[in-house]
Design a protein around this ligand. Structure first.
Ligand SMILES: Nc1nc2c(ncn2[C@@H]2O[C@H](COP(=O)(O)OP(=O)(O)OP(=O)(O)O)[C@@H](O)[C@H]2O)c(=O)[nH]1
Ligand SMILES: [Mg+2]
Length: 397
């Protein structure tokens, strides 16, 4: 896809699947020019047993592969690096590992791999026997933690589409329990925190789970959440998501709980907007022409709810859910949205100003910076009138 800088660049590896050369390491691509420029980006590692679904997840979420096509994916036999280089909030690398990798067997450079890693996603096939996977999980996370205690550990209990609701819950409980027992046996239960997600590529759960993983790597998250809260309060919006349009992961939402149905509705809305604009919009070669500063959409549902989408920048869209009655004040909502967009712009500028390999690498794995301070000091939307402290006028009722 043109919207991402695809860089499916594997580590030097010329052996057969299942056997790693003894000199296996990261020298080759660590020395690449490209690697130099992107090296400071947070890394998300996808690990797990063979056929657990790692490559499928990466392809479905970031390359728009349809779930059925993943049936034909070949087993990964080298580490595949994928550079996700979207808006300046969504910048990271995904490293898709071969399932057969064996830590004991190779000259595996733990320091290099885990050193710059922001999150380790461990994928467990819930439809398979997961005891071996749990052993590997324990081995990987304890090793990774020793090298870099800032890594976020995420466990995807994957392929749950094949399980009924009860068995899903039972499976999650069992895996959680066993993983915690293993951690406590190795003496790390107080230090290592594992987050569990039930996922499947056949529904939105994988996008939701990946949203949460990515959000933990966005240092500006508290600032973004704060802005969304302010927007909601002043525009009578019930729920709002800031979406990365290409992947449909949400990079921030307000502080009310996320309900899966709302998220799915918003994802579907993005699809509708992009599909309609690619059919009826101006045709250009650049794929994202279907989404530009003119992009906005309004969908009224038959239950008195309105979905409202506005473009924030080239890669980001705001999608809001609100009651139809409250949409009477569309002018106000639009005005508030402009203030919001301005503020987001300022977050970007601040980030760009502060961006240097040093600040960035220190941010890896420690996602929370003092976002509210950012807002307090620099980010209050200043354009336009309005009496409250953020200059976003309150709802006119
Ligand atoms: N039912 C179901 N099948 C899935 C899901 N995700 C992946 N699969 C299937 O699982 C199989 C293995 O997927 P891969 O993505 O190749 O697995 P992998 O972990 O990358 O495997 P290696 O590269 O060998 O380590 C494929 O046939 C996928 O279609 C899912 O959510 N549900
Ligand atoms: Mg694979």
């Amino acid at each position: 896809m043109s919207s991402y800088q695809d860089e499916e660049d594997g580590a030097a590896f010329d052996g057969q699947a299942g056997s790693f050369p003894k000199e296996f390491g990261y020298g080759t691509f660590e020395g690449d020019q490209d690697s130099q420029t992107v090296d400071h980006k947070p890394r998300i590692l996808l690990m797990g047993l063979r056929r657990s679904g790692k490559s499928s997840i990466q392809k479905v979420v970031f390359h728009k592969m349809s779930p059925n096509e993943t049936l034909f994916l070949e087993s990964t036999n080298k580490i595949v690096k994928d550079d996700i280089n979207n808006s300046s909030f969504v910048q990271f690398q995904i490293w898709d590992f071969p399932g057969q990798i064996d830590f004991f067997d190779t000259c595996f450079d733990f320091d290099t791999i885990f050193g710059g890693c922001g999150a380790l996603v461990f994928v467990i096939d819930a439809q398979d026997d997961y005891i071996e996977a749990l052993n590997k999980l324990n081995l990987f996370v304890t090793k990774a933690f020793k090298v870099n205690p800032n890594i976020k550990f995420e466990v995807f209990i994957h392929k749950v589409d094949g399980l009924g609701d009860d068995s899903k819950m039972e499976c999650q409980r069992d895996i959680h329990q066993r993983a915690m027992d293993d951690l406590s046996d190795s003496g790390y239960d107080q230090q290592i925190h594992l987050s569990f997600h039930l996922t499947s590529i056949y529904d939105h759960s994988i996008f939701e789970a990946f949203s949460k993983v990515v959000q933990k790597l966005i240092t500006q998250l508290p600032a973004l959440e704060n802005l969304l809260n302010i927007l909601n309060t002043n525009s009578a919006i019930e729920k709002s998501f800031l979406f990365d349009v290409v992947s449909k992961i949400y990079i921030a939402t307000d502080s009310t709980p996320v309900d899966m149905q709302s998220y799915e509705l918003c994802c579907d809305m993005i699809d509708v907007v992009i599909d309609l604009s690619s059919i009826y919009g101006v045709k250009e070669e650049f794929e994202l022409a279907a989404f530009d500063e003119q992009s906005s959409s309004l969908i009224k549902l038959n239950n008195g709810t309105v979905l409202y989408l506005r473009e924030v920048n080239k890669f980001l869209a705001l999608v809001c859910i609100l009651r139809e009655d409250n949409f009477d004040h569309k002018g106000l909502i639009d005005y508030n949205f402009l203030c919001f967009r301005n503020a987001i712009q300022q977050v970007f500028e601040l980030r760009n100003k502060n961006q240097s390999p040093v600040t960035n690498s220190s941010a890896v794995g420690s996602p929370v910076v003092n976002g509210s301070n950012l807002i307090g000091e620099n980010l209050s939307p200043t354009s336009g009138g309005g009496d409250n402290e953020n200059n976003i006028p309150s709802r006119l009722d």
